[in-house]
Design a protein around this ligand. Structure first.
Ligand code: ATP
Ligand code: MG
Length: 596
């Protein structure tokens, strides 16, 4: 909100405020890609609709969201969740949750639980269909045996490094391993011994026997199983060999009867391999469809990088409100509605792009503007003494809880001789376009009175302004002058004696550069971390209606932004407020410049 800076006469501004804002927002919505049409033009839907017309898969639509439980979900995963669950909903189908837990060394139970919590929070339900790739280890083993028996897989003793070397490059064909033409009998024996734990880690692998000269590197005898003496979070110590993601993923989809396996573009080159396994085994064949992953400006969307930020202490855990994780966004005050709206607006495409983080913030503002009650609080207080207001008197003034939604009612705010305003709402020597408080000037205190600054009190030594002396006009109660006199700005304020004190945390982008996810100039991605991404204000005076504000509630602090009562660090007598977003909608500006 900009009424403090706006040269429009204040009464008009005040009266028109609700209408004006919603007009502006209506325009915003018109300028945005229309939600329905962008989704119906989504190429994945075209494929599905084609399949339905052809009665492929007996008209079933069955998708899945397949996270690897090696980190917390981020906003990129939300795109995939909304897509997979959304398509199932739209076509009367089903969506499974499957944990791709083939790598026992990186996976933890904590991640499984957090992933489930995040999907539920987003508003999706996998009902009883919670699966694990590890549930299929026996089946996958049997299929590996079948491929060995068919002469399509062999045990190789080359080291990982040699395998890489023998694989060749995009321009050079690969070389065959000297172990490639072992007999079926020998392979069965060795693979059985791998399973029995007779070999140390890395001593041998099971590889598919496909084509070392294939132009697709994934088809050059990829590894199917590796020896790993590790305890798995679900199968314990049962297995000494683990299937690779490439051998497990497509078959897991097949076992679950998935019709459309939707994944990100980096798996496009793996598709021929998944198809090969499925065709060799003669099992149900899901159709894999790739789409471009979400990249978001000023942040990183890779679990590996996010894990590094957590482990190296650059942030305060996976749910640090600066993190692009769903738990971080939630703790910051994002709503599931805003995240879903964002995912719908970005749509799906085949081409990688960088989405501006201000679009995500825009979706949040649209949602919170409707529902967050407005209150007044001061971040950087400047004391004001109303010299003609009686000492000891406190009066209660009526304030609207949301001028755009009268149903949200009113509340009382106390007014007294001693108040706080925002330090930067006063300038002793204001430049031309500064319309807020200055010596001799009159402004409105929101819902209260007109006040005029009559004196500036400074610290003798430092010269710092410590207090303003103002007079108020008792005739202007409620913020209107009976003589029609206008003021150029309206300030928020808090009465000193009744204020509660709270910690307020202000956030900025986690990274300084929009393309922080790209490793450029040989610099580590952490070189671009924003050192000022968090500012903690320890004792901000807030209006007393905020006493006992419950953790998890949203507010709009007038003129300052949307705030969320922290769910972790707040206590009943000491709430902590996280700023979710400021009120400045940079997305609207970016779009009107036409740079989207
Ligand atoms: P990361 O690169 O962050 O480690 P990942 O792809 O390894 O992610 P998975 O747990 O394998 O993470 O992802 C589960 C699903 O989410 C996959 O289908 C993946 O394609 C999808 N996904 C992951 N990141 C994004 C993203 N940025 N945008 C859209 N979908 C994503
Ligand atoms: Mg992955």
């Amino acid at each position: 909100m900009i009424f403090g800076l706006c040269p429009v006469p204040s009464r008009e501004l005040h009266n028109a405020e609700g209408r004006k804002k919603s007009k502006r927002e209506a325009k915003d919505t018109l300028d945005m890609p229309d939600k329905r049409s962008s989704v119906s033009q989504n190429f994945i839907k075209n494929i599905i609709e084609e399949d339905l017309r052809a009665n492929k898969n007996e008209g079933r639509v069955h998708t899945r969201f397949p996270p690897e439980p090696n980190g917390y979900l981020h906003i990129g995963h939300a795109k995939s969740i909304c897509l997979n669950f959304g398509l199932a909903q739209e076509y009367n189908g089903l969506c499974n949750l499957r944990f791709d837990d083939t790598n026992p060394t990186k996976e933890e139970e904590e991640f499984v639980e957090s992933i489930k919590e995040d999907i539920r929070w987003l508003g999706f339900d996998w009902e009883e269909r919670e699966y694990y790739a590890s549930d299929y280890f026996d089946q996958l083993y049997d299929w590996a045996i079948r491929l060995i028996k068919d002469g399509k897989a062999y045990v190789d003793h080359l080291s990982a490094e040699q395998i890489r070397e023998y694989r060749g490059t995009l321009t050079d064909p690969g070389r065959e391993s000297p172990y490639r033409n072992r007999t079926v009998k020998e392979n069965l024996d060795l693979f059985g011994r791998m399973k029995a734990g007779e070999f140390p880690d890395g001593a041998c692998v099971l590889r598919a026997k496909i084509d070392m000269a294939s132009p697709n590197l994934n088809m050059r005898d990829p590894v199917m199983y590796r020896v790993l003496h590790a305890t798995h979070h679900r199968t314990g110590d049962k297995w000494r060999i683990y299937p690779t993601y490439d051998f497990a993923h497509g078959q897991s989809d097949s076992i679950e009867g998935i019709t459309h396996s939707i994944c990100t573009l980096e798996f496009e080159d793996h598709r021929p391999l998944y198809d090969w396994f499925i065709d060799q085994l003669g099992i149900h064949h899901p159709q894999q469809i790739e789409f471009a992953r979400l990249n978001l400006s000023y942040t990183v969307l890779s679990k590996r990088k996010l894990l590094a930020l957590v482990e190296e202490g650059h942030v305060d855990g996976w749910d640090d409100p600066r993190m692009p994780t769903l738990s971080g966004l939630r703790r910051r005050g994002y709503t599931p509605e805003a995240v879903r709206d964002f995912c719908e607006r970005i749509g799906v495409a085949k081409r990688e792009s960088l989405v501006d983080i201000s679009l995500l913030e825009h979706c949040l503002r649209e949602d919170l503007n409707r529902r967050a009650p407005r209150v007044m609080g001061i971040l950087r207080p400047l004391r004001v003494v109303i010299t003609n207001y009686p000492e000891g008197r406190v009066e209660e003034l009526d304030a609207l809880n949301n001028p755009e939604n009268p149903e949200m009612g009113t509340r009382k705010v106390p007014f007294s001789r001693y108040l706080y305003i925002e330090r930067d709402d006063f300038m002793e020597d204001p430049p031309k376009k500064f319309y807020r408080l200055a010596p001799g000037r009159e402004v409105r205190l929101r819902y209260a009175y007109f006040i005029r600054c009559v004196d500036v009190v400074k610290d003798h030594k430092s010269g710092e302004i410590i207090e303003l002396h103002c007079t108020y006009d008792p005739e202007t109660r409620g913020g209107w002058a009976p003589d029609g006199r206008k003021v150029k700005s309206t300030l928020h304020w808090v009465s000193e004696g009744q204020a509660i004190r709270a910690e307020v945390r202000l956030y900025d982008h986690l990274f300084l550069r929009p393309d922080s996810d790209e490793e450029k100039d040989g610099l580590d991605f952490k070189a671009h971390l924003n050192p000022d991404s968090l500012e903690v204000l320890v004792s901000c005076p807030l209006e007393p209606s905020l006493a006992g504000a419950s953790p998890g509630s949203h507010y709009q602090f007038e003129r300052l932004g949307y705030f969320y009562v922290d769910t972790k660090d707040s206590s009943p007598d000491r709430p902590v407020f996280n700023r979710t977003a400021t009120l400045r909608d940079t997305w609207a500006k970016i779009r009107s410049r036409g740079s989207r």
